[in-house]
Design a protein around this ligand. Structure first.
Ligand SMILES: Nc1ncnc2c1ncn2[C@@H]1O[C@H](COP(=O)(O)OP(=O)(O)OP(=O)(O)O)[C@@H](O)[C@H]1O
Ligand SMILES: [Mg+2]
Length: 295
């Protein structure tokens, strides 16, 4: 388990981390979210000693983190840090050997990862000859090369095409299932919603929401109603406890409180239009995020 305990870091007048406390659990994927400048990268860098905290601590399994622990961690930094002119396989072998693993062993896992991520044919190319997405895959292999117990990835999905996103997501889920702690930052909230059991949302260096995603969604007092109608648009203004969140082409999303009479909502829809479908749901992660960051 990775734990941030009241981590605090000030850069000039900016509080990048401000009493920031949260955990990322073993065997789970934790989505680390927050607006630009919220402090995500700073927090991740602190795990690797690349940012020195002013106060508070980051712990791994209840103990302070030192070089020995970091040897069991993998990191995909925001500014990708490989050698552009070095050939893909050569640099992965080099990085694997730096972790202290034997040549045969490193060779085997490099080949397995290259194969799994569809890069085997590019193994002899220089890194800078690869597309952005393929360079990102090489970065991921570099972070996985020591078979880490903790994997920290700073926006691993940025700039990837939908197929690459799906294979990266599947791989991270597999790594977590095998027992590793996986913490990654992302602005792609739909993806995080599909992928993660746990989320941490920070803003101005402080945690504004954290925990199991389903529990966080269920705890919001409001509910959301998705209504699809055909015909003239219903007049929602007569529902005092509902707010129209979105409305286009007969699809309406209403935010309602739990006391709202759903029969009345349906009756209103049917008054002017045909009701095609109706769903009553907790908020999406995007809605949780907006609420948490706005407050
Ligand atoms: N080395 C530094 N020197 C000065 N200020 C810094 C430094 N690193 C980060 N900051 C500031 O700390 C704040 C948090 O930055 P950080 O990069 O951690 O945010 P982030 O959540 O990763 O944002 P993004 O989503 O844009 O990547 C920002 O205001 C940033 O400008
Ligand atoms: Mg960042």
């Amino acid at each position: 388990m990775l734990e941030f305990d009241r981590a605090t870091k000030q850069f000039a007048r900016v509080a990048a981390l401000d009493d920031c406390s949260f955990v990322a659990k073993s065997g789970r994927l934790t989505g680390f979210l927050g607006p630009n400048g919220a402090g995500k990268t700073t927090a991740m860098r602190a795990v690797f000693g690349l940012v020195e905290l002013d106060a508070g601590a980051v712990r791994w399994n209840d103990a302070p983190i030192a070089t020995a622990e970091r040897a069991r961690f993998g990191y995909m930094p925001e500014e990708r840090g490989l050698y552009p002119r070095m050939r893909v396989r050569d640099q992965l072998l080099y990085l694997g050997r730096l972790c202290g693993r034997g040549r045969v062993d490193v060779n085997r896992s490099v080949n397995t990862w290259l194969e799994q991520l569809g890069l085997a044919e590019r193994a002899s190319d220089r890194l800078d000859a690869l597309s952005h997405g393929n360079q990102q895959r090489v970065q991921l292999i570099a972070a996985l090369i020591n078979e880490p117990d903790l994997l920290v990835l700073d926006e691993p999905f940025s700039g990837l095409d939908p197929l690459a996103i799906a294979s990266m997501a599947e791989l991270l889920a597999t790594v977590a299932q095998a027992g590793a702690t996986v913490l990654f930052s992302s602005h792609q909230l739909d993806l995080v919603e599909d992928l993660c059991e746990d989320v941490v949302i920070i803003d101005h260096g402080r945690v504004v929401l954290a925990g199991e995603l389903e529990a966080l969604r269920a705890a919001v007092p409001d509910r959301f109603v998705d209504i699809h109608t055909r015909g003239p648009a219903p007049d929602w203004s007569s529902l005092s406890s509902a707010r129209v969140v979105a409305c286009h082409d007969g699809h309406t999303r209403l935010r309602v409180d739990r006391a709202t009479d759903l029969g009345q909502v349906i009756g209103l829809a049917r008054h002017t239009a045909d009701l095609v479908s109706f769903a009553y749901q907790p908020p999406t992660l995007s809605e949780l995020f907006r609420d948490a960051v706005a407050s």
